[in-house]
Design a protein around this ligand. Structure first.
Ligand code: ATP
Ligand code: MG
Length: 154
């Protein structure tokens, strides 16, 4: 696993641009301050791509989809969140979201295979970090993760 200093703001702008490319009515995506991270650029890009594509997908049926991305710098870690005003999920099943092939929405409602968040969880854990999810049915969702700065864990 590579260990580089990553300009997360640039990375996220890039991922967002790619995610909304060609969409006739792209959602409003507000990108706040995003502190730098240490880690594998290819793997961390995958984390952002999965979280941002979920935020876009699960808010896509709103009249005004809105996504907010931001972060804070802690003494020894960087923390990030991706928030959307989409369909949300039942917190009772939050622990299932990061499992492989676990989905809380039917495939005829939203397409997917249920691997995106499992990848997020594995990549973040490999960097010595943690992930969490908050949401409520019909009230949007927030996914956050924390990456220690400095040595990544092999
Ligand atoms: N932003 C979100 N809002 C509401 N529910 C979400 C959100 N992100 C994920 N989920 C729920 O968590 C489940 C797992 O997410 P995950 O990204 O692993 O799978 P997926 O999006 O269904 O498929 P894939 O990412 O493999 O295409 C989803 O099926 C959905 O029920
Ligand atoms: Mg997904």
């Amino acid at each position: 696993m590579a260990e580089c200093r990553i300009d997360v703001e640039t990375l996220v702008r890039d991922v967002v641009a790619e995610a909304i490319e060609g969409q006739a009515r792209p959602p409003c995506i507000e990108i706040g301050r995003l502190p730098p991270a240490t880690g594998d650029p290819r793997l961390l890009r995958q984390v952002w791509a999965n979280l941002i594509s979920n935020a876009i997908k699960y808010s896509s049926k709103r009249p005004l989809p809105r996504i907010e991305v931001g972060g804070t710098e802690q003494p020894h870690a960087s923390e990030y969140f991706v928030r959307d005003n989409g369909v949300g999920f039942n917190m009772e099943y939050a622990h299932k979201l990061f499992g492989v092939f676990q989905r809380l929405h039917r495939a005829d409602e939203f397409r997917g295979t249920g691997v995106g968040l499992a990848i997020v969880q594995r990549v973040v854990a490999r960097h010595g970090g943690t992930v969490s999810a908050h949401g409520a049915v019909d009230s949007g969702a927030e996914f956050s993760f924390r990456l220690p700065r400095g040595a990544a864990h092999a």
